[in-house]
Design a protein around this ligand. Structure first.
Ligand code: GDP
Length: 445
């Protein structure tokens, strides 16, 4: 998958990374080529445009590290942006299937790979999650489709609901529900009828089934080879029936890949799985990092830049620590620390990473700091002027009133913050005197 796009992009970036210095014009030219490559891959125009703009903005504002070339840095930015447009769900492979029996509704056009995907998913649920699964075909107009599911069921060792002639889809869905409850199944999957195009009857039928089954997941299966059409189909299905995720099939083919890149940005719906062949185990969860890696094919450069960025961060942290141990710890520093804490999963996350930090943790608690408070503390600091942040000693009564009001809080809140700041500044100074092996130095390793 993505061969053409991948080839085009690697051409652009090969040239870029070989150059030592990059002018703004070089980057612009490269990004123009990226845009064309995306459009040729059938990525929707607004998505391609936003993509290039995001890369351009980031490339301009980026701190440059010595150890990598600007071209390499652009590759990393493009990689991150690819991950960003591809990311729709934190854990795409995790289906909501608690409270058994959990119904999963499968919808999509005829020929999209819906029945195959139903069986692939059932197999996955059975083998990876140890679930007991029941599959039911609701395609009453095509007996062959019902039989197909049955045959696949036998092949993968998953039960199918016995076929009863003359029932309508809603009756089948009800019977599947009863059977799933009585039979102690964890999940039951409803493979709805597809048609060649979205029409009133298709939607009405899927909606009627949805209303009786009340599915935990409604997965739309679309053919990845159809590019932007796949995205249009997804938009329409979501409007009319509501879907919780998309499965893109035929991603093993030489499709241009645009559907994968546009899907989340256009429909707001996450791609959960991709189909990579006709075999029953040719289904993968959709992992943006891995897919981005496949598209760019420049994993080495991405890793190199990541490493350089880490080094840069460590250097910055070390510089900061040297200042702190000299007693230079102002409100900007405190703000940065608080923001860092939020990033690292709040107080608990941070404290668990710092050996011997229990004491500091207690002190912060004493000063009224918990995770909810951190945001309020940051708001208070934001309400200070530049000068006040650099020199908190300036904060007398009238300034305090202004700052507290600006952040929608009381002066007493601000006083707590100031007290904490003083305590932290003192502590850092003391720890600096502890010399080598001091707590902060250890914590930074
Ligand atoms: P449905 O009409 O939507 O139920 O489509 P089917 O499940 O019957 O699939 C139609 C055809 O596409 C079958 O021949 C499948 O084997 C094939 N197919 C389904 N998924 C994939 C896939 O991810 N890759 C490839 N190459 N073929 C697939």
């Amino acid at each position: 998958m993505f061969e053409n796009l991948s080839e085009r992009l690697s051409g652009v970036f090969d040239r870029l990374t070989k150059q030592g210095a990059l002018s703004e014009e070089d980057v612009k030219t490269a990004l123009r080529e990226v845009r064309v490559a995306l459009l040729e891959a059938d990525v929707s125009l607004p998505v391609a445009r936003d993509f290039v703009k995001a890369v351009q903005d980031k490339a301009t504002g980026q701190a440059v590290t010595k150890s990598v070339t600007p071209g390499q840095q652009v590759v990393k930015i493009v990689h991150d942006e690819l991950v960003h447009v591809l990311t729709g769900d934190e854990d795409p492979g995790k289906l909501k299937i608690d409270n058994p029996p959990a119904p999963i509704l499968m919808v999509g056009l005829q020929g999209s790979g819906k029945t195959t995907t139903t069986a692939k998913l059932a197999k996955r649920l059975k083998e990876r999650d140890g679930k007991r699964v029941l599959m039911a075909s609701l395609d009453v107009n095509r007996p062959a489709a019902m039989e197909q599911l049955q045959i696949l069921g036998v092949q993968i060792g998953v039960d199918t609901l016995p076929i009863v002639k003359g029932e309508d889809p809603v009756q089948i869905a009800k019977r599947a529900k009863t059977q799933a409850s009585l039979g102690g199944y964890d999940v039951y999957m409803l493979d709805t009828a597809g048609r060649l195009h979205i029409d009133h009857e298709l939607i009405a039928q899927a909606a009627a089934v949805r209303d009786v089954a009340n599915p935990r997941e409604t997965l739309l299966v679309v053919d990845g080879l159809t590019g932007q059409d796949a995205v249009n189909v997804a938009t329409e299905f979501d409007d009319k029936i509501g879907v919780t995720g998309v499965v893109l099939t035929r991603m093993d083919g030489d499709g241009r890949g645009g559907a994968a890149l546009s899907m989340r940005a256009v429909t707001g719906k996450p791609i959960r799985f991709v189909g990579l062949g006709e075999k029953m185990d040719a289904l993968e969860t959709f992992e943006p990092e891995r897919i981005s890696g496949r598209i760019l094919g420049m994993g080495d450069i991405v890793a190199l830049v990541e490493k350089a960025q880490e080094t840069l961060e460590v250097e910055q942290a070390e510089r900061m620590m040297r200042r702190f141990t000299k007693g230079q710890f102002n409100m900007n520093d405190l703000k940065m620390q608080l923001e860092q804490m939020m990033k690292m999963g709040g107080m608990e996350g941070m404290m668990s990473m710092m050996p011997g930090a229990a004491k500091m943790s207690k002190q912060m608690e004493g000063a009224g700091i918990d995770d909810k408070m951190i945001k309020r503390q940051i708001a208070l600091i934001q309400s200070m002027t530049k000068k006040e942040r650099a020199n908190p000693a300036l904060l007398q009564a009238s300034r305090k009133k202004r700052i507290a009001r600006g952040a929608g809080m009381e002066v007493s809140d601000l006083n707590k913050l100031l007290k904490m700041h003083r305590q932290m500044a003192d502590m850092m100074k003391k720890m600096g005197k502890m010399g080598k092996g001091g707590m902060l130095k250890q914590a930074m390793k």
